[in-house]
Design a protein around this ligand. Structure first.
Ligand code: NAP
Length: 279
């Protein structure tokens, strides 16, 4: 029931109508019997400052941010968590008293999904494919676990910039021949590129799967489709695989917990996202 006490939460994006977050969060509110609602707001880049001013004026309880607002929002806030500050991107807004704060739950969401999948990444050597916003969060998360990161990206200048910001020692072009000599020392691979994502389901990163150790795990952040071509190929080579929907559910769950103080029903949120994907 929506009444005078309902907490308003939501996501700002442009575009935003594809977002699975409303399905996830509204299912979570319902399953816990909490009086909250989560909406999607399509906010063009030149209206972001107005939207944040509106959040302040209305005291909206919490918001998520998606493309293209994750970096642009930073100067509009009163403070950042350590994770958001190090990653340089914000996906969750919350109130600390009267201060509007920015957090980044992608990093911790990623670590939670690894642990849920039975992977303890501490001190492992991990190959990160990509150098965009998702890769920044993943590299930050892996470094908090003492991992050695090998970074590969199509645009080398972007990879070098990320490597410099995070002190990553090895940067490679995203090419099979460049990755192959490093394969034997890799414990895990994370695809943070858009390769394999709908409508380009046939594409996949040029990974020398046959040269990876048997115990290597492969995590794909892409969740449309849920089982990407990369995950299919990794499975066919007998490797452990982790899909991208778990991270989506966990980053949402962490935001939900910030806003409500209640432990989030992660499996309910994941199921709602699956349902919204038509699966
Ligand atoms: P982004 O900042 O736009 O970065 C895109 C990355 O993909 C860059 O490294 C880019 O390489 C690479 N790329 C794109 N097309 C490519 C191609 N044809 N060949 C090789 N590399 C290509 O995007 P992002 O926010 O980091 O997101 C990356 C992926 O992660 C997306 O699929 C997104 O849906 C997914 N994601 C999932 C979650 C989750 O919760 N599961 C969270 C965040 C993101 P260049 O630098 O060379 O352009």
């Amino acid at each position: 029931m929506i009444d005078a006490h309902t907490w308003l939460t939501g996501v700002l994006g442009y575009p935003v109508r594809h977002s699975l977050s409303p399905a996830m969060h509204n299912a979570a509110f319902q399953s816990l019997g909490l009086n909250g609602v989560y909406l999607a707001f399509e906010v063009a880049p030149d209206r972001l400052a107005d939207a944040i001013q509106g959040m302040r004026g209305l005291k909206i309880r919490g918001l998520n941010l998606t493309i293209p607002h994750k970096e642009a929002v930073i100067p509009l806030l009163d403070g950042l968590t350590d994770a958001a500050s190090r990653i340089g991107a914000v996906n969750t807004l919350f109130w600390d008293g009267d201060r509007l704060m920015g957090d980044n739950t992608d990093a911790e969401g990623f670590l939670r999904v690894l642990r849920e999948g039975g992977v303890n990444p501490a001190h492992q050597t991990v190959l990160v494919l990509g150098a965009g916003g998702a890769a920044r969060a993943v590299v930050y998360a892996l470094q908090t676990e003492g991992c050695t990161v090998i970074l590969a990206n199509r645009s080398l200048d972007r990879a070098h910039a990320l490597a410099e910001a995070f002190g990553v020692g090895t940067v490679l072009p995203l090419e099979r021949d460049a990755l192959a000599p490093h394969a034997a020392q890799i414990h895990g691979v994370v695809n943070c590129t858009a390769l394999g994502m709908t409508p380009n389901e046939a594409s996949m990163p040029p990974l020398p799967l046959e040269a990876l150790p048997e115990a290597c795990w492969v995590c794909d952040l892409v969740y449309r489709p849920l089982e990407t071509r990369l995950l299919q190929a990794a499975k066919a080579h007998g490797l452990k695989t982790i899909d991208g929907l778990g991270m989506l559910a966990h980053q949402g769950a962490l935001a939900f917990e910030r806003w409500t103080g209640a432990p989030a029903p992660v499996s309910v949120m994941r199921d709602a996202a699956l349902h919204a994907l038509g699966l």
